[in-house]
Design a binder for this molecule. Sequence first.
Ligand code: WT7
Length: 632
Amino acid sequence: MWLNIKSFEEYQNIYRQSEKDRLKFWEHEAGTFYWRKSWDKVHSGGFEKGDIKWFEGGKLNITENALDRHLNTIGHKTAFIFEPNHPDSFRRTITYRQLHEDVCRFANVLESKGIEKGDRVCIYMAMTPELIIAALACARIGAVHSIVFAGFSAQSLAERIQDCDAKMLITNDGLRRGDKHVPLKDISDEALESCPTVKNVIVCQRTNRDIDWKDGRDEWWHNLIRNASKRHTAVEMDAEDPLFILYTSGSTGKPKGVLHTCGGYMVYTSYTFRNVFQVEEEDVYWCTADAGWITGHSYIIYGPLFNGATGIIFEGTPTYPDAGRLWEVVEKYKVTHFYTAPTAIRALMSYDLDYVRKYDLSSLKVLGSVGEPINEEAWHWYNDHVGGGKCPIVDTWWQTETGGIMISPLAGITPTKPGFATLPLPGISPALMDENGKEIEGNGVNGNLCIKHPWPGIARTVWGDHERYLKTYMSAYKGHYFTGDGCRRDAEGYYRITGRVDDVLNVSGHRLGTAEIENAINEHPNIVETAIVGYPHDIKGQGVFAFMICEKDPKDPDAFKKEIHDLVTKIIGPIAKPDKIQIVAGLPKTRSGKIMRRILRKIAADDMDNLGDTSTLLDPSVVDDIVAGKAI
Ligand code: WT7
């Protein structure tokens, strides 16, 4: 039987059992799936060598667990409700049986185009059912999907395609997000100029706008599926075969291709979805994320499907056509479980409460938060005005690399606390570390958050760069996985994530590397050097602050700021645009040439009284100049 924790006491018992015999705990969980052949070994490897394996030798196809397994029991149940960008556009529901057929059809299409097990396929699409069908079809034939958020620029898309040598790109003609139009096919065409490995492009029609066409390379989705069979035998995979790559920003260099494998990811996303959200038979679950991020992978696509849930695919934005959109959708579909990011809540808090009050939200049972620390004000607004004071809020802490939720309340089962992700899930052992690399025991303490033992959902490598995987996650604290987050464990033992301690920013729940933005800005001919730091931002959580040294003082600061914005949009995407720019004569550097970001962070946060020790700087006077200067 699937583990479904039903009381706080049970949680505590199971947590203890899982600590005593971790392998037995995970083996039991894995046993609830359909395996064509059982595993030879539950687990091997560890953080020392980064050679972690789970359920090795087990044979399966993840889509048989997400789809085929349900056909005889809940084939007619709705798997997805599609809610388009504009409330008056065509909406549809898709049953498990239909989804299975659509995935099989598209799997046949992919095979007919020569895509084989192990090949990489890049998906750059609008949030429509076809995105999910494309991803599942890849999984069904054993191809590795790499979904790129359809807000990234041509250059970012190209970089991601090149890094994994994708053979195919699946995209749309374009998409609409709110009142904006994004010409996905044009962007793809531009990206593909530097991507010789891509031989085929499949274009799914969404906006019907004019697009360029490259005969022999481009084909319409609707033409290809027309004659494809709805039957397809899933390709047998080993538990440790790759399932997908998802690029995410790190503190240095270019984005990392985080790799997840079939068996462990399946077990982990399914287990966490079931126990954290406590979704029941008739419930309607809505995660507002985009499938281009890990939240969409784990908690729109995979986790809910393994559990036979009904989910919503939402193409729109929280403020289009107005700030009541999310609540309108909740009322319309009688949503019971609602999972979103603090930045969306903070954005909606700034509008009139009538946008919320207008709608009947009484169907809601559980609220979720993900992506960044949720401030108490937003927590209370969410709790009072959306949840009506009766819905537990699951503040779920996790990362692209963890595959699924790690620290979180279990809805209605374990306690909640505003601003706290609370307690680790059974099977997960967090540790707080001090600056000397020693574990800090006891409660009422702060430290850097690590995880002590491998769990099935952990990423297995960084695509093409295992060294970087070891260096980023497994070298800071020997024998531990380092998360990059700071954390408090309060007097009661509850965990509160306090934010990144590395050079990674979290802007509106999106992860951005300071180095990535700096490199983009440095492409500007008038820029000598840039330092990016985050600063507290009312809605985005963190804003992007750029300190830059210019060759010549720009004549028109506003025009200059726009040039920087355009450049960052072109190289990365609009999400990385700096909110504030300050031109400086010099940057605070140590004698060894390292930028002292600590000082810049304080200046950006307007916290000038306590700049700390500046005596180790090469030239302490630059700090006074920066403090005296002004951002544009
Ligand atoms: C980083 C991971 C997890 C899916 C979305 C983001 C921050 C995530 C929380 C939370 C405080 C959180 C952390 C983490 N974060 N969830 N509930 N409370 N911080 O995935 O892009 O891989 O980013 O997001 O800083 O390290 P991601």
